[in-house]
Design a protein around this ligand. Structure first.
Ligand code: UDP
Length: 387
């Protein structure tokens, strides 16, 4: 099978990290088309993946909240991207689109059976009406199937008009290897490097700096918890530098000074997760999945997450983690305080979560689920007629 993978981003977001696992499984069967340069492209090249960057930067004109005028202005570049995609797709056995804009371009191009891996919740908070309508219309007509990373993602697709019979649920899976092989002493060394005393509770928030990931909610919670420190791991990947600066200003305030450690984008997430006592997830909008939650579970750290979207499908509140209402610093602070005060409870949650993550969110089952969807798409009986 010759799979043409298409992704709009050159950044290393959760969708791209998950794609790396699929590409490793597909080996030489897959080649990748991106619509932007960036660190993701570099990683692909380092791993020997055949990658091509087309019309770099052109998808930037196709904003998530696209108005009619902007849509018309973007049209000539869109036509060019579609033509490029079409040339690439004719040689492929299947096209696998890993992001929304990439899917739209691949669907317009046609040329091979098409699978959309939908990793976003299609709601008005994140996508303009034109974008949602066009993507769902094309999915119903051009995609053989739509892989969704959670029931929440699938429900939003259907609520936006997507055909339920297109939907295939495949949860993200994460390799436990990097979490299992870390020497215990490494975590203590990292903590000492950041100058955090072993007596101070340390929480970690992992994810790009963007308002809906809710780093500000954690800072407000910390203000209620003297002595608790936090690692903020991640960077502003898609131009949210104003938010990143606002976070730094807030963290320099007298009630937080010296307790919030900004680490930027890191490639040693497993080690950093093991260096904290608690992993927090604070998204203010429903998270489509939340790889960082699984990673916290694999690192054997108790996870506190916002009770919406993917996290509600991952964690069982009080058994494998704690769920708190989103955008509620007081409730988050209470959950952190409860866990900080009770090492046995932390250990119990972490042990149950670890077993659950290994069983329900394995990399092997993710790869098998995606491969099955692609095989099904290539079955001529399932091919939809051309639009
Ligand atoms: N991540 C990383 N380095 C960082 C911050 C995050 O490698 O500095 C990784 C993190 O370990 C996770 C992914 O980025 O695997 C984020 O995925 P998630 O599903 O949580 O969020 P998304 O970025 O897809 O919204």
């Amino acid at each position: 099978m010759n799979i043409l993978v298409v992704d709009q981003s050159g950044q290393l977001g959760g969708g791209e990290l998950s794609l790396l696992d699929l590409l490793e499984a597909w080996g030489r069967q897959a080649r990748v088309v991106l619509f932007a340069h960036g660190p993701f492209e570099d990683v692909l090249r380092e791993r020997g993946v055949h990658v091509e960057v087309c019309d770099a930067g052109a998808v930037g004109g196709l904003r998530r909240h696209l108005g009619l005028v902007a849509a018309l202005r973007a049209l000539p570049r869109l036509v060019h991207m579609v033509a490029t995609m079409r040339r690439a797709a004719v040689e492929a056995g299947a096209v696998y689109a890993n992001s929304q804009k990439a899917f739209v371009i691949a669907a317009l191009a046609g040329g091979a059976p098409l699978v959309w891996h939908l990793r976003d919740i299609l709601t008005s908070e994140h996508f303009g009406k034109i974008n949602r309508t066009v993507a769902v219309w094309l999915a119903n007509r051009r995609a053989q199937c739509v892989i969704v990373n959670s029931r929440a993602t699938g429900d939003a697709f259907v609520a936006a008009g997507g055909h339920p019979d297109k939907v295939r649920l495949v949860y993200n899976g994460i390799d436990p290897g990097p979490f299992d092989t870390l020497p215990a002493a490494h975590a203590a060394t990292l903590r000492a490097e950041f100058g955090i005393d072993a007596a101070n509770p340390l929480v970690g928030l992992f994810g790009r700096l963007t308002p809906w990931k809710g780093q500000h909610i954690l800072l407000d919670a910390l203000a209620l918890l003297p002595g608790v420190h936090a690692l903020l791991v991640g960077d502003a990947l898609f131009g949210e530098s104003d938010y990143a600066q606002a976070l730094r200003r807030r963290a320099a305030g007298p009630d937080l000074a010296g307790r919030v450690h900004f680490l930027g984008f890191r490639t040693d997430v497993p080690a950093l997760m093991k260096s904290v006592d608690i992993v927090c997830h604070t998204s203010t909008d429903p998270e489509p999945f939340g790889r960082v939650i699984i990673e916290g579970m694999l690192a054997q750290r108790p996870v506190i997450a916002s009770a919406e979207g993917g996290p509600r499908e991952i964690l069982r509140d009080g058994e494998t983690g704690l769920l708190v209402p989103p955008s509620d610093p007081r409730r988050l602070a209470d959950a952190i305080a409860t866990l900080a005060a009770d090492p046995q409870y932390r250990a119990r949650l972490a042990a149950a979560a670890h077993a659950d993550a290994r069983q329900r969110f394995s990399r092997a089952s993710m790869i098998a689920g995606v491969q099955q969807a692609i095989a099904e798409a290539c079955d001529p009986a399932s091919t939809p007629p051309a639009p």
